[in-house]
Design a protein around this ligand. Sequence first.
Ligand code: GDP
Ligand code: MN
Length: 398
Amino acid sequence: MRIHEFQARALLAGADIPTPDGEMVTTVDAAAEAAERLITDKPPVLVVKAQVHAGGRGKAGFVKVVNTVEEVREAATFMLGNRMVSPQTPPEGLVVDRLLIASGVDIEREIYLAIATDRGRRTNTLIASAEGGVEIEQVAEARPDAILKVPLHPLDGLSPFQARELAFKLGLKGRQVRQFTHVALRLADLFQETDASLAEINPLVVTPATPEDPDGQIVAIDAKFNFDDNALFRQQAIAELFDPSEEDPDEMRAKDAGLSFVALDGSIGCLVNGAGLAMSTMDIIKLHGGEPANFLDVGGDASQESVTEAFRIILGEDAVKGVLVNIFGGIMQCDRIARAIVSAAEEVGFEVPLVVRLEGTNVEKAREVLDSAGERLPTMRTATDLGDAARQICEAVA
Ligand code: GDP
Ligand code: MN
């Protein structure tokens, strides 16, 4: 599960990691009011930031550093009125409904700091770079040695000596070392306490020296967290941060129906039971030159209604040019799937080719149900095995 930056900043603040004040708003007027509240003394620096579950906002023009309330209005009007397109969004971009209006900071240096689950090393790993900021992906690509990695002990987590050593490697000096060490240790604790799979601060900035702060201040000005969905049952406070508007609407519908569904870019809708069979179905579609439109595992004990909902979701997609049903009935009874096919045919209608391969529990009953549906399923063909099914559907959509 992912959360917004404004929520991530609240987590950081709660863990005593310095982050500037800010407010989440949804309208231009509210943005201006928040700006009024945030402007205190000195020449004001404010930042207006789109709150969407995608990065690359700075380069896309959806992070604006401004100095007046009027400029906040301008930036807010632009962001709420345009889709944000970045390498991390779909090509058509994302609608921006929420903004963060925050106090801005002057920047001396930008550092990258993250903790992530590293499957290769089978451990959580701290990742840092002296070259943080919006080019971090290019830095990682071009000069992997500029990315420092510190494995965390499975039980003890990050040790103070590891954090200090890292501070020196990053070229921090004086009071910056203690401040950085504090941030890294607190971030590691937060990662552990919240069952996160990623806790990233980019950039963690060093502000310029002032007479009061000769070494500047270390402040987090952007944060991103991902959480382990399987741990949400014991992370009530985190689960409450979930924002359904940032999720694919079809995936949300499927989740509500107890289905495991992932939308993909192809043209063949798939309805399968069992995650392994669903994956091999997708493989064999590709082998025959087709592209799956989705991954869908209806599971073992899905009701007829939830299977019908699965067909509604699949058939609701314009990109779907054909549907492949591949069921190996073990716990799942084939006739339940057959009845769902018929009710989907009655309700939505199969205008696209439908190839059905059923095997296993109650398969005879299922064939009877489908046979007696007759002309309600004019586009249906049956297949003898998975290879035959994939061949037929790929030919039908070609
Ligand atoms: P991202 O592009 O989605 O990762 O958004 P960030 O919040 O990381 O902002 C992108 C870049 O904008 C940062 O790397 C900074 O260079 C700049 N930026 C963001 N906030 C501020 C700020 O308060 N002051 C200044 N001077 N620059 C900022
Ligand atoms: Mn960032």
